[in-house]
Design a protein around this ligand. Structure first.
Ligand SMILES: Cc1ncc(COP(=O)(O)O)c(C=O)c1O
Length: 376
């Protein structure tokens, strides 16, 4: 039996940064500044500069990045926030945790991202913001979406948890809206060795509010004077050192991901496998390589039997998940249909060309057998 093809293998990335992480951790152990301090500040500056914003605020995880941004923008009770139905649950979760109401929007059948039309259809007089999700690492038409948001007086928050280094006409993910929210969960394109997140923005007042909110609402420069109702969601110094060690490699890893996506695209050109399409004008970060196939669950099972691990992002659209059904305003056919078909193929920067070829061959064989079965 041939070797298992993992869906994600973090080990080669970890191996590349191990000496730099060890060096950073040694320095940290000497300094003893485990919360805040130079390690966090250094990464925040580097991340803001990478994203093309003036500020970055390190927080505990990507969900808190969204939550603190909403609170920092004053979006809470009585406000509606448009969220695409095709996303990880955290996008909608943050809206409800902030006290606001999510309004689910459908997505493009080609890219599974928000479109100006689906955004417009979800706007009501109570809408105050839209969270644009760069799903799978791809950015939608940010120019058109920003125009719709501007026309309706909405704040634009970018959920860039899957899109480190993606760009729209040269502008990096996170730098176009009022704020961009990142997760550095280990499997993300820039992943920590645990939970971590950040908000990037070029609005210094918003950054200052989020800095205060992440630390119990502390007034800057004081320890026991609290000006806001906040929480505890800080980026660990230990994780900041990991992220600083990995950041110089992010662009090379993104280039590998794009090359691998190209191999998949070429291999499926004359087959029934449809890859989620790229947005013209954007450069995707290919957090995931997602195809759409009929009888997805069966196909996934057969691939697993053949030694190819895959994932499903996501099998249930947000508005059909139990805690969010009460906010659903009707069917969202594109998101619901996509949830039955999407299949995420192995994707990580060190995936070899011959392994990708094996995945493609297995998938073609499984689909060929599926076609024969459906003619029985
Ligand atoms: C699109 C999206 N938004 C938000 C999050 C939440 O990030 P975290 O898991 O760091 O809280 C994730 C993480 O999986 C995500 O994929």
């Amino acid at each position: 039996m041939s070797e298992l093809v993992p869906f994600l293998d973090l080990y080669p990335m970890t191996a590349e940064v191990r000496p730099a992480v060890r060096y950073g951790w040694d320095r940290l152990l000497e300094s003893g500044q485990f919360v805040g301090g130079p390690s966090v500040e250094h990464f925040e500056q580097a991340w803001a500069s990478y994203c093309g914003t003036t500020e970055a605020v390190g927080v505990g995880n990507g969900t808190d990045a969204l939550l603190l941004t909403l609170i920092g923008l004053g979006i809470g009770r009585g406000a509606e926030v448009v969220v695409p139905a095709s996303t990880f649950i955290a996008t909608a979760e943050a809206v409800v945790l902030a006290g606001a109401t999510p309004r689910f929007a459908d997505v493009s059948p080609k890219t599974l991202l928000l479109t100006p039309e689906t955004l417009r259809a979800a706007i009501t007089p109570r809408t105050q913001a839209v969270i644009v999700v760069h799903l799978y690492g791809q950015m939608p038409d940010m120019t058109a979406l920003s125009r719709v948001a501007h026309d309706h007086g909405l704040a634009v928050i970018e959920d860039a948890a899957q899109a480190h280094g993606a760009s729209w006409h040269g502008a990096r993910a996170g730098s176009i809206g009022q704020a961009g929210c990142f997760s550095f969960y280990p499997g993300k394109n820039l992943g920590a060795f645990g939970d971590a997140g950040a908000v990037v923005t070029s609005d210094p007042e918003l950054a200052a509010r989020i800095r205060s909110l992440r630390e119990h609402g502390r007034v800057a420069g004081s320890h026991y004077v609290h000006g806001l109702l906040g929480m505890n969601s800080r980026l660990d110094a230990i994780q900041a050192e990991v992220l600083s060690a990995k950041l110089p490699l992010l662009d090379a890893w993104a280039a590998s991901r794009r090359e691998i996506a190209g191999w998949y695209r070429d291999a499926f050109e004359y087959t029934p496998v449809r890859m989620v399409e790229e947005t013209a004008g954007g450069a995707g970060a290919y957090h995931l390589a997602v195809v759409r196939v009929p009888h997805r669950d069966r196909v996934q099972r057969k691939l697993a039997e053949a030694g190819v691990q895959t994932g499903v992002h996501y099998p249930v659209p947000c508005h059909l998940q139990e805690p969010f059904q009460r906010y659903a305003t009707g069917p969202l056919p594109v998101a619901e249909h996509a949830a039955r078909e999407v299949l995420s193929l192995p994707m990580f920067p060190h995936l070899a060309a011959d392994t990708v070829a094996r995945v493609c061959k297995q998938l073609r064989e499984v689909l060929g057998a599926e076609g024969d079965e459906s003619h029985d």
